[in-house]
Design a protein around this ligand. Structure first.
Ligand code: G
Ligand code: G
Ligand code: NA
Ligand code: MN
Length: 254
């Protein structure tokens, strides 16, 4: 396949870059961190969506190298921003199932922290429920090792998986990220608001932070504030930004 052969060469040809989408603290309105999102700009194909090439990278195993590059690059960038003055800025990195299941994963995280000089508490790894539930015992051991390192763990796309709630009290999780499908159509008097409210209440009860992703309107922000949701992310707040835009728009206000 053409796409696969292009993807094999993309790293060495420097065709990837990361965008950074701000995460805001709803109680202060300030940016406290960002999520790193990979972008692939191929000379012939143009921008290829990660929704398209990440699954291919997973199937082919190329995700090991790509994921490792993302982790290092994101840690280095965040450390740079901290040294520019945003000392408590955090970075979230998406981890795919294949990457998470590699025996070398913990070592890779350790190396990325060591080489960037980023302190572990400023790194959050975003895992989906399906990644965690592939092999729950193995996942627990990896998450405990991450916790021991001091790295934070967030459950991405929360609410879309098939998991029972019981794992929530057994797993070292710091954050629940409510899937954007519950946020997109969030309005007063909808079923979605009941679900979102329940997740936020549960988060408070479990002492985990709750992030609402996919916030697209002012009304949604107001509702989430009323519900005491901790953090939010979405196009209404900021789109994924290039480094220069992140620096111009945000860094001085943090
Ligand atoms: O940024 P965008 O909305 O196009 O992302 C589409 C999908 O690709 C999302 O599910 C997102 O989590 C995933 N994605 C983006 N960047 C990364 C990355 O660096 N690693 C992994 N594993 N997935 C990513
Ligand atoms: O699967 P994951 O949650 O990691 O997906 C992250 C992707 O979601 C990002 O690539 C980003 O482009 C996309 N995204 C971020 N904010 C919004 C939003 O407000 N609406 C929609 N539809 N997508 C968003
Ligand atoms: Na994510
Ligand atoms: Mn998500």
């Amino acid at each position: 396949l053409e796409l696969e052969s292009y993807l094999r060469k993309a790293l060495q040809k420097n065709e990837f870059h990361l965008c950074y989408q701000p995460l805001i603290d709803l109680s202060t309105g300030k940016t406290y961190g960002s999520e790193a999102l990979i972008r692939w700009n191929h000379p012939k194909l143009g921008l290829v969506s990660p929704g398209e090439f990440i699954p291919l990278a997973e199937e082919t195993g190329l995700i090991e190298e790509i994921g490792s590059w993302v982790l290092r690059t994101a840690c280095i960038q965040n450390k740079k921003w901290q040294m520019m003055g945003s000392r408590d800025l955090t970075i979230s990195v998406n981890v795919s199932a294949h990457q998470f299941s590699q025996p070398s994963f913990i070592q890779e995280v350790t190396n990325a922290l060591r080489d960037s000089g980023l302190e572990p508490q400023y790194l959050t790894l975003e895992l989906t429920e399906s990644t965690m539930l592939r092999n729950i015992d193995y996942s627990i051991s990896v998450m405990k090792a991450l916790q021991k390192l001091g790295v934070r763990v967030s459950i991405d796309d929360f609410g879309t998986g098939y998991s029972s709630l019981s794992y929530l009290r057994n797993l070292p999780i710091n954050t629940l990220k409510i899937d954007r499908s519950f946020i997109n159509n969030l309005k007063v008097d909808t079923t979605d608001i009941a679900i979102v409210k329940a997740i936020i209440t549960m988060g408070h009860g479990l002492s985990v932070k709750v992030v609402a992703e996919g916030v697209e309107t002012k009304e949604q922000i107001e509702l989430l504030k009323q519900l005491n949701c901790h953090y939010a992310q979405g196009f209404y707040i900021h789109k994924p930004l290039m480094i220069s835009d992140f620096e111009n728009n945000l860094l001085q206000t943090i």
